[in-house]
Ligand binder design. Sequence first.
Ligand code: AMP
Length: 558
Amino acid sequence: MSNTLYEELVEVYEEISSTTSRLEKEDIISKFLKSIKENDPEITYDVTLLLQGKIFPPWSDKEMGVSTQLIIKALSKLLGENTKSIENKLASVGDMGEITEELVKNNKQVTFFKVPLTIKKVISNLRKTESIVGSNSQNKKLNLILELYTSASPIEAKYITRTITEKLRIGVGEGTLVEAIAKAYDIEKDIIDRAYMLSNDLGEVANRALDSVDSVKSLTIAPGKPIKPMLAQLSPGIKESIVEMGKVICETKYDGIRVQIHKKDDEIKIFTRRLENVTNALPEIVEYIREALPDEDFIVEGEVIATKDNKPISFQYILQRVKRKYDVEKMREKIPLKIFLFDVLYYKTPKAELPIGQRRELLESIVTVSSDVELSTMRIVTEENYEEAEELFNWSVENGHEGIMFKDITSPYSPGKRGKNMLKFKPVRETLDCVITGGIYGKGKRAKFFGSYLLSLLDSESGEYKTLVHAATGMDDEMLASLTERMQQHIISTSEQIVKFKPAVILEVAFSEIVESNEYETGYSLRFPAIKGVRDDIGLDQVDTIDKLQQMIELQNS
Ligand code: AMP
């Protein structure tokens, strides 16, 4: 029976937090993994998860279902502190973990009977909360976490809370863990990395590494477990990209959400590009796919788009579908969906390592196309017939799609990589000139600067400026610093991180789409805003108006 103390892991958490050096973090973790290997190898999987602040692997759809409110209730019950006062502390401190530590430390009322907590005990109690449903479920969950807090030291209590709230705050990313695992088991980093991209499960990778390099190498994709999607870089231009790549699959780029659809035995699961399981929100896609593909195990990828009269409509509608937990059937009628498939990663056996040219042929041979399930429109182009790519681009944009994709016909699927084998090409984006009326200080390295600006448009009727969007991307370090300095003189008021400015400085912001929003005074907002630069060449009276926005919306909708 595994008996490594939770205290040991907590010491590791603390040590990791005390350094900002990634290298040191890697060393601390790899040393710890080595000691687990020596003394208690059976908890390798769990430890790897806990180091990511998780108790279930990222591809799992299981959730603890323990709210901050329930943590507060547990602490209140345990320490006799009233819930209101804990809530007030939370409002001012912001980190429930720190509050837990402080409360347990200051607690003079009860001396607990301390049973030392083991890692196994912590993770197993937390995992049990997931399966509890029904009438008395909150109380049963409360008891499970109370049992942990009762035996925890203040610092252990802090990390129990942080694990429940899934905010570990120790500054460890996936990259650091991959390096640490490579070091701990003395295996090349690239081998670990590949296994991680394919399985999306560092626990499993570590478990196999414990066993042997070959075991890590033999890890391959499997239906049921999402794979990190291959990503696209920006194409500098149609002809340039084709010349660079040689022979290219050129496809319409659809503006919806990317889905990875897995079928294992009889079960179909749909994952988003962030690997969230959204199967329940998209029942018709499950039905369509079951109809369109043979009854085999497979993994296919495609883009789901929302349609009206069989024409693509704005991306924001599909978001409403994907996030939906209730009334799915009603939404299904309101916002019909269809899917364009563009890749196959598994069909009876893994196919991801085949060139896209062959994967596409396989896809064509297994999919029965209908009005609900289509294959992406594509052409095979080389330098000789690159005009066909331009034609496809024009056709795609005219038909309401986003642009085109280029895929090097010889390239395998590289999970999680933003490489040169897949490029995207979109039309020039529209821009608006907005005035800065607010700002938010950045985080971490950017804490001294305004990391994000609130931008507004001119309401020509009232002469006032109305808020439209927060824009944060597009600024390089120099602009970040110079604009922050310049904005100091325009500050009207500051409240914590948030600042209000007198309208004075105008920014040009590019975006991909105007969307409805009740967060901003204009009633709209911009999708993918990017700051292009300061417009010192125009005056405040030339800030773009809400009327112009309205015209753009009409154009967008036509
Ligand atoms: P981006 O999201 O701008 O980085 O562009 C890559 C995304 O384009 C993918 O994640 C897909 O969601 C989407 N996409 C749309 N059509 C295609 C296609 N035919 N092939 C690959 N990706 C596509």
